[in-house]
Ligand binder design. Structure first.
Ligand code: UTP
Length: 290
């Protein structure tokens, strides 16, 4: 068992503009896009709760009130459904306990690093997880639960580490790997969107992180990085060598639902797994593909 504090808090940055998914995300938050019958944000919150997270922190911005309503009581809907004898099973368990989630505001979308830093007062001096809801991680146990198990052994900082095609490395944070021990890879360096042909590996960092609170101190003095944004990658890279820092390879599937192809793939894959939807969707897909 490591000497690091247990993980209780999770930050969900949901203040981005979602430009890759326009026009759907013009008035609707990207994180409310639905995969089969649940919004992306609900998958991410359930993944965090499964991993034992006790405090949910949303970093929101303008136009994101649908997110807050989703986790609240829907008085009119619930009383009307009850009066009509309809089952509330589909919405039971979404509402959080009184006082939760906590919402902080990112007034301007200056980048992921800035969004995470906006939660600094709530995070305090504890380790915390960061989950990017537009990356749907599908597996049993969930990605964060798998990471938490590894965190109990190695402590420090843990980030996702997934292989991508070598020609795609300029789109992601890329890890320079050290020693590998099962699903854990020592991280020697992590570089956000390295220029084509310069990546040291094809291990990218998907949107799951367990970070020590010292990263917030680094973000107190932000540096503008790739894409003109304050990058979380640049800040956490400064912890390498000072604290344990590992990549964790997820036993499961990743769907990049911030983009249209990944979103459609997620809908298809999750629908095919369902008892109620799998047979008709499979039959239709077969017909469609000839
Ligand atoms: P993305 O890189 O997907 O950015 O952010 P985006 O602005 O949401 O979407 P595109 O690229 O324009 O289509 C990853 C996560 O970080 C949040 C987003 O809401 C998303 O969950 N984010 C990003 C913020 O909260 N604030 C920011 O300034 C940037």
């Amino acid at each position: 068992m490591s000497s690091f504090k247990p993980l209780r808090k999770a930050v969900f940055p949901v203040a981005g503009l979602g430009t890759r998914f326009l026009p759907a995300t013009k008035a609707m938050p990207k994180e409310m896009l639905t995969v089969v019958d649940k919004p992306l944000i609900q998958y991410a919150v359930e993944e965090a709760l499964e991993a034992g997270i006790e405090q949910i922190i949303f970093v929101t911005g303008r136009g994101k009130s649908a997110l807050e309503d989703h986790f609240d009581i829907s008085y009119e809907l619930e009383t009307t459904m009850q009066a009509r004898g309809k089952s509330l099973a589909a919405i039971e368990g979404i509402r959080q306990k009184p006082g939760s989630p906590v919402y902080v505001r990112q007034q301007e979308p200056l980048g992921l690093g800035h969004a995470v830093w906006c939660a600094r007062e709530i995070v305090g001096d504890e380790p915390f997880a960061v989950l990017l809801p537009d990356e749907l991680m599908w597996g049993t146990p969930g990605f964060l639960a798998q990471m938490v198990e590894a965190y109990h052994k190695v402590g420090g900082n843990l980030i996702g580490a997934l292989e991508v095609a070598p020609e795609e490395t300029d789109k992601y944070g890329i890890i320079t790997p050290g020693e590998v021990d099962g699903p854990l890879t020592e991280v020697l360096e992590v570089i956000e969107k390295p220029a084509k042909g310069t990546a040291k590996s094809n291990l990218m960092t998907p949107g799951r992180y367990i970070l020590q609170p010292e990263v917030m101190k680094i973000l107190d003095n932000p540096v503008t990085g790739a894409g003109g944004e304050i990058q979380l990658t640049d800040a956490m890279a400064q912890l390498i060598g000072k604290q344990p820092f590992h990549g964790y390879t997820f036993n499961g599937q990743r769907f990049d639902c911030g983009g249209k192809a990944g979103y459609i793939q997620a809908n298809l894959a999750l629908a095919l797994e369902r008892e109620d939807l799998g047979p008709p969707v499979r039959a239709f897909a077969k017909r469609l593909l000839g």
